[in-house]
Design a protein around this ligand. Structure first.
Ligand code: CUA
Length: 317
């Protein structure tokens, strides 16, 4: 029972404006690039024209252009107008895309960790990791924080990046236009596994999003299968529970990702591996080989225990 209801390929591109904000910023950038391109061509043309028209062979006195008030007014006035126009458009775009925070509570609080993303949905008790579900077709206020060093949230199709600085809450407002899967990455070097801090946003229509949130709000169901029961006991008695939370059990650690519904995720380790039993086995056997530097210790579980743990984790839908 995977929670994903979006099967289209993930979008990872600055040229695809998936939010209203990205669309406005891209429109401004395109206008700016067209104006800059036009000015570049004009300058190159004039340069060649002057070189040819006023070459020494044709004219003994190339600097004969003096006190032409009209030309001077145009040379100063036109660039001033253009700069003024783009200044005004930039202010307009900033005003339209930057969130006003007066009295607003964030819809989702995203915290950067070395090296994964935590997503908390205030008022629901839901905390998840790396695969961040957001509603499409409405304004969403993201609050961006860091638990350790500076990270940087960037989903190219959503427009702006935003630094995540320890002790500071930054905000981004986004209005995702259509449901889909949008990928991003950490954009501030944050240590050994910076490259493996992939973001996966699953934007859903409000109804599917509501259903997903309802499913996530449920605590985990106790396992019924005997191997999974062994796995759960192992999880709670080994040090797993000191770092991870599984709602519905006594595991309440907060150093690592919340695993209450870990089996409903498509990927593990911030997008590094697919969420399959084989990958989970590799990860739990040799974390430091799979993601060197990650704060997941090598446990050296006996084979049977490892199997039970994997079976248990995959019951957490
Ligand atoms: Cu987090 Cu780079």
């Amino acid at each position: 029972m995977k929670q994903m209801d979006v099967s289209s390929p993930a979008v990872f591109s600055i040229f695809h404006s998936a939010t209203m904000e990205a669309e406005r910023i891209n429109r401004l950038t395109t206008g700016f690039m067209i104006a800059a391109g036009f000015i570049f061509l004009l300058v190159v043309f004039l340069l060649f024209y002057v070189c040819v028209r006023f070459r020494a062979k044709r004219s003994k006195n190339p600097a004969s252009f003096r006190r032409n008030r009209k030309a001077e007014a145009a040379i100063i006035g036109l660039p001033l107008l253009l700069v003024g126009f783009f200044f005004y458009r930039t202010l307009q775009t900033m005003h339209a895309t930057e969130p006003s925070l007066r009295g607003q509570q964030p819809d989702i609080v995203i915290t950067g960790h070395q090296w994964w993303w935590e997503a908390r949905y205030p008022g629901t008790g839901v905390t998840t990791a790396n695969e961040i579900h957001l509603p499409a077709g409405q304004d969403v206020l993201l609050q961006l924080e860091s638990a350790d060093v500076i990270h940087d949230w960037w989903v190219p199709a959503f427009g702006p990046k935003m630094d995540m600085v320890p002790g500071i809450a930054n905000h981004l407002r986004i209005h995702i236009k259509k449901p889909g899967v949008y990928e991003g990455t950490c954009s501030e070097f944050c240590g050994a596994q910076h490259a493996w801090m992939r973001i996966r946003v699953i934007a859903q229509d409000p109804v599917s999003y509501g259903k997903w949130l309802d499913a996530m709000m449920r605590p985990s169901s106790p396992p019924t299968d005997s191997i999974a029961i062994t796995g759960e006991a192992l999880f709670l008695s080994a040090t797993c529970a000191d770092c991870h939370t599984i709602r519905g059990t006594s595991a309440k650690g907060s150093a690592g990702p919340d695993l209450t519904h870990v089996a409903s995720r498509e990927t593990l380790l911030a997008g590094k591996i697919g969420n399959t039993e084989a990958n989970l086995e590799k990860w739990l056997s040799h974390p430091q080989e799979i993601k060197p530097g990650a704060y997941m210790p090598d446990f050296l579980f006996p084979r049977d225990s490892l199997k039970a743990l994997i079976v248990y984790l995959h019951t957490l839908l």
